[in-house]
Design a binder for this molecule. Sequence first.
Ligand SMILES: [Zn+2]
Length: 284
Amino acid sequence: MTELPARRLLLVHAHPDDESINNGATMARYAAEGAHVTLVTCTLGERGEVIPPELRHLTGPALGTHRRGELGAALAALGVTDGRLLGGAGRYGDSGMTGTADNDDPGCFWQADVDEAAGHLAEVILEIRPQVLVTYDDNGGYGHPDHVQAHRVAMRAVDLAAERGHRIAKVYWNRVPRSVAEAAFARLQGELDTLPFDKSATVDDVPGVVDDERITTAVDGGAHAAAKAAAMRAHATQIEVDGPYFALSNALAQPLFTTEYYELVRGTAEPGETDLFAGVGEAS
Ligand SMILES: [Zn+2]
């Protein structure tokens, strides 16, 4: 195997589209800077609701296959070449929204054994030896079972990999500072009548919003805003993008953030950190 670049970033997400919404600018930036960026997606999102009427016939495995294609196009837009599916394609099914009968499907990710799923991820960690891992908080950002499970699996895999010889220097959770979200929604309210979306979401609809004090790191991806928007557009079954705004299948407008925010939960953050790799030795 050829030697990987010195800086290596691993992101763990629940469904195709989560990577672009949460971390698209970060991924594009680090890929452009020559870091090795690896995305592990835990499910194919085959229970997602489809926005374009002409694609609504896609459900179940057919939707999963389609969304895998969307994910490939999104990664191409971000300049990321290492996208993987946890345990291989189709290993874990989409668990559906919280409280639905889909959550009980024995093949769904929510029903997966955390240690077994984390074992698959630990293999990736031991192969790539990333210094930085990004995932969701313990509520999965907003409570979706696949996001909660992605969090559990990622955090468990960090420990498993450490026991087996690779300690990840820094682990981050995706965040949005409350003040940033509030300011962005105030702007959005003023522009709503110019947008194709009828209504605005609210700050409470944005995953990972916390008080500003908890933010350790802000990654300015402004130079990669176009790549992030292109990646989000690639997920056409799930996302509609209009300028600096987007909507999911609920058609509620939200701001598209090109500075992406993080809370460091393992390792040491530098004060006012703007680089996920700050303080990381390249040999680690
Ligand atoms: Zn998701």
